[in-house]
Ligand binder design. Sequence first.
Ligand code: 5GP
Ligand code: ZN
Length: 114
Amino acid sequence: MADCLFCKIAVGSIPSERVEETERVLAFRDINPAAPTHVLLIPKEHVADSAAQIRSEHGEMLAELFELAARIAEDEHLADGWRLVTNVGAGAGQSVFHLHMHLLGGRPFGWPPG
Ligand code: 5GP
Ligand code: ZN
């Protein structure tokens, strides 16, 4: 999508601190981290604005995303626990409308979330 921040990060026209990538998924550090580890995982293609638009055809990409998240959690030594979050809609805190998941770790998290 022409005017999408994460599409621009995916192709590198906006710089980011990349962590790892696979064929379909890119992981990079959040510019405003909410935890010692705060990595964003995005499909490189703009397949959905949010999780509300996920369809079965996205299954392989999502499996890749979850597998990559677990690998990064291991690399970042998050054995105590980590969290994957996806915000859907402005009311839930979504500010970038390109599907993404937050990988958070490195500090304790409460439940239920605030
Ligand atoms: P959302 O609020 O949509 O769930 O998450 C968007 C995330 O993108 C936020 O945590 C925000 O800090 C992060 N973000 C916004 N702009 C940029 C940017 O230009 N670069 C990086 N690396 N992260 C960004
Ligand atoms: Zn996009």
